[in-house]
Design a protein around this ligand. Structure first.
Ligand SMILES: Cc1ncc(COP(=O)(O)O)c(C=O)c1O
Length: 398
């Protein structure tokens, strides 16, 4: 019998794994990140004034004039040798460890590195530990492979590693632990050095893999960074990174650095996603990183974000009623604002949008419904004066 295509809903045929929920009714709020008429505290985006537009145009012209067509061709799945070398040199300079050739892979953004990892490791029913709150993209990536997400709380020093230790003692057995140790998204906190050592020791003891996301690592306001987890314990850590905040997100480039056995499995996984990251972007990255221009721009970017963060913290201090708390970031894009119990952050975000301010409520950043009275507030892409206006309006709603 023929199917009545007039009444068929294609979504009924979607795979089971697509049914993972982000959290009831939150799509509408998350869509605010794209609404350009609101004061943009929602999207975690770099400011376009940090994008090297003119330099990119010159580099493209130089490449074409030199007759180098490798930028227009496919690249090897692992990445172009020149881009891999420039990236390895950068990791060595910034983190004190150079990945061996078989320990590094160039990806199409940080999110692809994460996708390749979860695709390579997770079976339905496996467990992944995350920080609570964590990057929404990580929760979605894990759930797409029907694995369970278990959040361990964080505080001003990052993930509560002691609490993790107790949960492991009580029988929690994750395959992966996903963490953003530097200037975390969404909480804006940084994992202390002591906890970094303790975390990798737990991974070694209990046999799970740490996925270290360093998306904001190079954006410390003072230019300093604590030892990366990967540099401390390359046997149990895969580092995933992105050039979205240090170069520009349109280039869609990232990396994974970790044990050779894992990286070669990621390469297999990549062969049936996009096969290779775009060669054009890799060539641009190589030139921009090698010339030192990336580091010069980073000095300007850090100063810009530090200034905006200071402005936001001052506005919060000036306007928020007693009982409201917020984190004090030392880098990155975000502060995490927590209201007294009973304040419904989803409702607050809705009313803020009506008042012309976009913010994201806290609950989508947890896998378990927590975060109901918190907001993620992003300062990276807001003009300085609009920061004051936006925070004043938010305070006025309380
Ligand atoms: C913590 C974290 N990881 C990864 C990404 C994704 O980066 P990319 O643009 O390279 O996919 C983001 C982007 O916002 C992020 O905040």
């Amino acid at each position: 019998m023929a199917v009545d295509t007039g009444t068929r809903r294609w979504s009924e045929l979607f795979a089971e794994r697509t049914r993972a929920e982000v959290g009831g009714g939150l799509y509408e709020i998350l869509a605010l990140a794209a609404d350009t008429t609101l004061i943009p505290f929602a999207g975690g985006f770099p400011d376009p004034q940090t994008f090297p537009a003119a330099r990119t145009a010159e580099l493209l012209e130089e490449m074409v004039a030199a007759g180098d067509l490798s930028a227009l061709a496919y690249s090897p799945t692992r990445g172009l040798p020149g881009a891999l070398d420039a990236l390895a040199a950068r990791l060595e300079a910034l983190q004190g460890r150079r990945p061996a050739e078989d320990e590094l892979l160039i990806t199409s953004g940080g999110i692809e590195a994460l996708e390749l990892l979860v695709k390579s490791f997770l079976d339905p029913g496996d467990t992944v530990v995350v920080e609570g709150p964590t990057y929404l993209g990580a929760i979605m990536a894990v759930r797409a492979f029907q694995a369970a997400v278990h959040a361990v709380a964080l505080d001003d020093d990052g993930l509560d590693v002691e609490a993790l230790g107790r949960a492991l003692e009580d029988g929690l057995r994750p395959k992966l632990l996903y963490a953003i140790p530097d200037h975390q998204n969404p909480a804006g906190v940084t994992l202390s050095t002591e906890r970094r050592h303790a975390l990798v020791a737990l991974a070694q003891r209990y046999g799970f893999l740490v996925v270290e996301d360093v998306a904001y690592r190079e954006l410390g306001f003072d230019g300093e960074a604590l030892p990366s987890l990967w540099s401390l314990a390359p046997d149990v850590v895969v580092q995933i990174g992105t050039t979205s905040k240090t170069f520009f997100p349109g280039v869609r480039l990232g990396w994974a650095a970790g044990p050779a056995e894992i990286v070669s499995q990621l390469i297999v996984a990549k062969q049936n996603t996009d096969q290779c990251a775009g060669a054009l972007g890799q060539k641009l990255f190589e030139a921009y990183a090698r010339s030192g221009e990336m580091d010069e721009q980073l000095v300007r970017s850090r100063a810009l974000y530090a200034r905006r963060c200071a402005r936001m913290l001052a506005a919060l201090e000036r306007t928020m009623p007693a009982g409201v708390r917020w984190t004090r970031p030392r880098g990155g894009f975000f502060t995490w604002v927590t209201f007294a119990d009973g304040v419904d952050a989803v409702d607050l975000a809705r009313r803020a949008a009506e008042a012309g301010v976009a913010v994201v409520p806290g609950s989508p950043f947890f896998p378990d419904g927590r975060g109901g009275s918190s907001l993620r507030v992003c300062f990276s892409k807001v003009d300085d004066d609009a920061i004051d206006v936006g925070i004043e309006r938010l305070a006025g709603l309380l």
